[in-house]
Design a protein around this ligand. Structure first.
Ligand code: SF4
Ligand code: SF4
Length: 342
């Protein structure tokens, strides 16, 4: 366990920046925090979490995949990959770290998504324990401990110091490079903080939310539930819940004619949109109810069905905070799961 005084945090960030691009959460306008490149003068946010998750670093909202140029019958494929640099993300919360495991199962399964895989290889994740979990948090429902986040390095911030512990080879290498700035830290302060975080978690309103009623083999039970009518009746199909969600991974691939060639790019898509899954014969999900059901069935039933029972929600609470009609996965779980989930 290493430790550094918070008053020297800038020195730590500067040292990391010498080795790789460093991104930290920074407060923006209207109190919205987001990850930004650290440079001298950038101040780390104290917000509990960023509005958009750290999934952007591995699965960006838009990215160019390749370019084509044709001359006669010849087509030249131009490699436009950009995911070649090492980078460090500092301050990723426990829920978002867990989301990478969920995304890995999608993007690193055969056929491997090499764009995502390169970024996972290049990125070092420094997680940060949640000092003040919020009322919208329910990560514990999915077995996540906000006091002991995973990642290459785990960090804990006390009133005066930052404690750092390496969990992987990548993390050990980075932490070793900071030895001149850090000193040996005792576990006691960290254990104390873990206890405090646990005490806050035990008081949160969603502490008793359970997943027992969901998971493997529940498709028949819930697919035709009459509850979907009411649950989805006010959904605007805006897609906000999918865009802020750290585990949503739908995307579209499009070609764009630049005039001198063709660019192929991909961008996030949303199962909540009416043109998602649109095919030549029409759409397989014609109503907002079907689209709404798809999103929540995927998180609570289909994904676990295909991934050894793992749910594809991490309880980050973003959809609770951001849906314009206050609809979210917790309401779905409480409605479908019945009284025990109330
Ligand atoms: S559930 Fe809410 S955030 Fe998601 S698409 Fe519907 S209205 Fe938008
Ligand atoms: S469904 Fe909602 S609470 Fe769950 S991971 Fe996505 S945004 Fe977070």
């Amino acid at each position: 366990m290493r430790k550094i005084s918070l008053s020297n945090l800038d020195k730590l960030f500067a040292k990391v920046s010498e080795q790789a691009k460093l991104y930290v959460p920074v407060d923006g306008k209207n109190g919205i925090a987001s990850f930004k490149l650290w440079e001298d003068g950038v101040v780390m946010s104290n917000a509990l979490n960023t509005t958009r998750s750290a999934k952007d670093f591995f699965f960006p909202q838009t990215e160019n995949l390749m370019e084509f140029k044709s001359q006669g019958k010849n087509i030249e494929i131009i490699d436009t990959r950009t995911e070649k640099e090492d980078f460090v993300i500092f301050g990723v919360r426990a829920c978002d770290v867990k989301s990478f495991e969920i995304l890995d199962r999608v993007f690193l399964s055969e056929p491997v998504d090499t764009y995502y895989a390169s970024r996972r290889e290049k990125g070092v994740i420094v997680s940060l324990a949640c000092g003040r979990p919020a009322e919208t948090c329910f990560c514990k429902t999915f077995g996540i401990d906000p006091a002991s986040p995973e990642g290459d390095i785990t960090a804990w911030k006390t009133e005066t110091d930052l404690y750092l512990k390496a969990n992987t080879e990548k993390g050990e290498k980075l932490l070793a490079s900071l030895n001149e700035l850090t000193e040996e830290g005792c576990e006691q302060a960290v254990e104390e903080q873990k206890k405090n975080i646990s005490a806050i978690m035990d008081k949160l309103p969603l502490k008793d939310l359970k997943t027992d009623k969901f998971g493997v083999g529940k498709t028949q039970e819930y697919f035709n539930s009459p509850a979907w009518d009411e649950l989805s009746s006010h959904c605007l199909g805006c897609g906000t819940c999918t865009f802020v969600c750290p585990t949503c991974q739908c995307y579209d691939v499009k070609d764009f004619n630049t005039g001198s060639g063709v660019k192929r790019f991909r961008c996030w898509d949303s199962c909540m949109y009416s043109d998602f899954t649109l095919m030549a014969h029409g759409n397989s999900r014609n109503s907002q109810k079907e689209r709404f059901r798809q999103r929540f069935m995927h998180k609570l039933v289909y994904y676990p069905d295909n991934n050894d029972g793992m749910f594809s929600c991490v309880g980050c609470g973003r959809c609770l905070a951001k849906c314009p009609i206050s609809m979210n996965i917790v309401k779905v779980m409480k409605t479908l799961g019945g009284k025990e989930n109330d």
